[in-house]
Design a protein around this ligand. Structure first.
Ligand SMILES: *Cc1c(COP(=O)(O)O)cnc(C)c1O
Length: 386
């Protein structure tokens, strides 16, 4: 905290390791301790060191909040017990009678929360193709209070122009929320492109090791932060100090993990585009990808999520996903190990029959940081045999 001017100029990697993290003044411990205490001694009534009760605030959580906020270029960060708990807090900014616009291939859990939970509380929504800015503008209603976007999207890797959508939100007096889970702040910082709020499932890249569930909200808007901080405490969906410690441990290596995963994803894409068992590859790094130009404008690299359609459809998609050895058949994404899944039958089952339904032949890869040649050989073997 000593030198705020230097801190503002710190590079991404320095912030990941030092923002919110200082040697402990009493012991010199370099790693922020896991403060399990639920309550904190007061010197006089109401005279405390910034912490009273761990639902309202906890030192390990504060370290994480300061660090990830710094990575997003935000002045405020709020940690939650899961990505959906963070999203739930954001959606509670809305009132009965409000309307929101949602990208038409949003994460299945986001779609479920908005349609099946908040729908019962008088909040309506319209799924829209956010790549079409005219259609997005036309879908705004008098009561539209929020526009919710993911980019790149899950599982289609569609890229949304953050600047374009946030300017529509600004004109409408609506809050622009970006789910930055897929890109991570290393590849993309939505607040710099006009978004009001960034949400994360830290369960994915920020945690990065498939061993902690968590969520995050970053913002530089003081009044939104006020309300969200109130909700964080009032509704209480906070992460444990141990979860905060694990997340912070993952965050320190975010840049090196994401760089390596992007390298590996590019090698996998090179295999897929030439393989007869694959009809379409979705990856924003491909010049042929519809969102490639927008991705170049707003992303540092193109990420490590890759989706493709199996030429022979659903049975082939399932067979390939069951045949890989290094790519583990599992939901989730963003960790050191590579994963493979069939969204229509797994993560995106709840979108069946809705406007957000996905192709049954689609396979989604979360490319990890194993040896590149091993991953390529594993997938090639699975594709060659199905
Ligand atoms: C996983 C995920 C979520 C939900 O986060 P949880 O931590 O599972 O609650 C939200 N958005 C995206 C893009 C995700 O991948």
């Amino acid at each position: 905290m000593a030198n705020d001017h230097a801190r503002e100029n710190w590079g991404f990697e320095t912030r990941a390791i030092h923002a919110g993290q200082h040697p402990d003044p009493t012991t010199g411990a370099v790693v922020p301790p896991i403060t399990l205490s639920t309550t904190f001694a007061q010197d006089g009534v109401g005279d405390h060191k910034g912490f009273e009760y761990s639902r309202s605030g906890n030192p390990t959580r504060s370290a994480l909040e300061e660090c990830v906020a710094a990575l997003e270029g935000a002045t405020h960060g709020l940690s939650f017990a899961s990505g959906l708990a963070a999203e739930d807090a954001v959606l509670r900014l809305l009132r009965p009678g409000d309307h929101l616009l949602l990208g038409n291939d949003a994460y299945g859990g986001t779609f479920r929360l908005i349609s099946a939970v908040f729908g019962d509380w008088g909040i309506t929504f319209t799924p829209v193709d956010l790549t079409d800015l005219d259609a997005t503008r036309a879908a705004v209603q008098a009561n539209t209070k929020m526009i919710w976007l993911e980019t790149p999207t899950n599982p289609m890797l569609t890229v949304i122009d953050i600047e374009g959508v946030s300017s529509i939100a600004r004109d409408a007096g609506a809050v622009c929320v970006v789910d930055n889970t897929f890109a991570t702040p290393y590849l993309q910082q939505p607040l710099a492109h006009g978004a009001d709020l960034v949400v994360h499932s830290v369960t994915k890249y920020l945690g990065g090791h498939s061993d902690v569930v968590g969520g995050f909200i970053a913002t530089s808007d003081d009044s939104l932060e006020d309300r969200l901080r109130y909700l964080q405490n009032a509704a209480g969906a906070v992460p444990s100090p141990f979860d905060c410690y694990l997340t912070l441990r993952g965050v320190r290596t975010l840049s090196v993990r994401v760089e390596r995963a992007c390298d590996n994803a590019e090698a996998i894409v090179a295999l897929l585009v030439d393989h007869p068992g694959v009809s379409t590859v979705y990856y924003p790094g491909l010049a042929s990808h519809a969102g490639h130009d927008a991705a170049v404008r707003q992303m540092r690299r193109f990420g490590a999520m890759v989706s493709f359609v199996a030429t022979s459809g659903a049975p082939a998609a399932r067979a390939v996903a069951e045949a890989t050895e290094l790519f583990t058949l599992a939901e989730s994404l963003g960790a050191v190990e590579s994963l493979i899944e069939v969204p229509a039958a797994m993560t995106h089952m709840s979108t069946a029959g809705s406007p957000l339904e996905v192709d049954a032949g689609l396979v989604r890869l979360s490319v990890g940081i194993e040896t590149s040649a091993d991953l390529v050989a594993d997938l090639q073997h699975a594709l060659d045999n199905h």
